[in-house]
Design a protein around this ligand. Structure first.
Ligand code: GLV
Ligand code: MN
Ligand code: MN
Ligand code: MN
Length: 421
């Protein structure tokens, strides 16, 4: 029996300073946001530079590092009984194009801080601990969300992930080979005893209610579609309306249909977004000849998602008919709603209450690696509040040293309870 977790303290300033140092890698000036953001798209040189810095910290903390063929990194702290399944703590280091410094990084560096705090206290847990960096959580570059963790969970085969391409035609496989991940262990790695993730909320609720942490009950189901309308580029002044094949019109009709679906209330807590619309030739005096749009739909209920998918497919085909264009549709991501494990949730809730932190339960509208991990073992998450109305996927994403340390303190206690001290 070693020291009780009561006396193990998170070092708030060390955690904050690590977040700051990592944020310098991929830092960019965001003129619209009026501040500096972070851009480390998955498997780019910036993403790998970020990992290299964190790997140095892992090694300094005495962790032994291995990676799998998807480039997911597992940094291990042995347990007193090292044959036991590990407790894993993880998240991602890749960001969206307009990223902040907390989304993902807090989960990984929070895991590192758990290890550093245990090292300082001289405490070894019964079970090993593993800090995980999942490859490409954001799905921005290769258009599939939580890619690395879905391969680790066995939901997407490695070969299918390797074949995905970015907009320049570069494949995931080429990037994994370029960065030397091809020599990694086979995936998936063995199932953990439990998986924990600390993440910035990415929404306004905790700050508005002046709460210190969020206890996450589950994650919305997600469907992503890529829709391509193909019409005929033609003169905007001379082409009679009834002779047009206007691909841009079809995309616009689908955007409006999505809005009406959500506003109808028929699909529960559904949120729908047409985040990317690219029409060609994109000129004032030319009827759009083609339009590519991506659609992101999320809600908490599988039945509502199934009904919304049907309604969306109908809307897409009606739009194509109305605009007299051809259409092709591809599903690029589909994840079921996630419910986190009751025991892991209890461990996190107990940690928060023992620390005297105010909290509430909440569901996540954002995807997380914990969602994929929930399919292979007990998993749970804790959220910390963000400032600026919780804005995220924006350079203005922000939190405070106290808030981050609170979330990681919850992580530390729950990890000690689950791994045994
Ligand atoms: C990624 O963070 C997502 O929720 O799409
Ligand atoms: Mn994230
Ligand atoms: Mn994100
Ligand atoms: Mn994400």
């Amino acid at each position: 029996m070693t020291d009780s977790p009561e006396i193990i303290e998170v070092d708030r300033d060390r955690l904050w300073s690590s977040l700051e140092q990592l944020a310098r890698i991929g830092a960019y000036d965001d003129e619209d946001a009026g501040t500096v953001g972070v851009r480390r798209l998955a498997l780019t040189d910036e993403d790998l530079a970020g990992r290299r810095l964190v790997l140095e910290w892992f090694e300094d903390a005495g962790l032994s590092v291995r990676y799998d063929r998807m480039g997911n990194v597992y940094a291990r702290r042995p347990g007193l009984d090292d044959r036991l399944a590990p407790v894993r703590i993880g998240s991602h280091l890749d960001t969206v194009i307009t990223g902040g410094r907390f989304d993902g990084a807090l989960g990984v560096l929070g895991g590192l801080e758990v290890v550093r705090a245990l090292n300082d206290a001289g405490v070894t847990t019964q079970r090993p601990l593993e800090i995980v960096i999942f490859t490409d959580e954001e799905g921005v570059r290769f258009e599939t969300v939580t890619l690395g963790s879905s391969v680790a969970a066995g939901r997407i085969p490695l070969e299918q992930a390797r074949a995905l391409t970015d907009r320049d035609g570069v494949t995931v496989g080429e990037e994994l080979d370029r960065h030397g991940f091809t020599d990694g262990d086979p995936v998936p790695a063995p199932e953990p005893y439990a998986y924990l993730e600390c993440h910035i909320e990415q929404g306004p609720v905790l700050a508005a209610e002046e709460l210190q942490v969020g206890l996450v009950t589950g994650i919305f189901a997600i469907t992503w579609k890529e829709v391509v309308f193909t019409g005929v580029a033609a003169h905007a002044g001379t082409t009679p309306y009834e002779l047009r094949h206007n691909a841009g019109l079809a995309a616009a009709l689908v955007t409006v249909a999505l809005h009406e679906m959500v506003r109808s209330g028929r699909y529960g807590d559904m949120r729908a977004t047409a985040g990317r619309v690219e029409q060609q030739p994109n000129a004032t005096n030319v009827v759009p000849g083609s339009a590519l749009m991506t659609i992101d739909m999320r809600c908490s209920d599988a039945g509502h998602m199934a009904a919304a998918q049907e309604a969306l497919d109908d809307a897409i085909h009606r739009a194509a008919e109305e605009a007299k264009v051809a259409v092709s549709v591809r599903v690029t991501a589909r994840t079921p709603p996630v419910e986190f494990d009751p025991e892991v949730r209890t461990a996190l809730a107990k940690s928060a209450s023992n620390l005297g932190l105010s909290s509430r339960e909440m569901i996540s509208g954002a995807a997380h690696d914990a969602g994929e991990m929930a399919a292979v073992g007990p998993a749970g998450m804790v959220f910390v509040p963000g400032l600026h109305d919780g804005i995220s996927h924006n350079a203005r994403e922000w939190s405070t040293p106290e808030a981050c340390a609170d979330g990681v303190a919850v992580l530390l206690r729950a990890a000690c309870e689950l791994a045994g001290t």
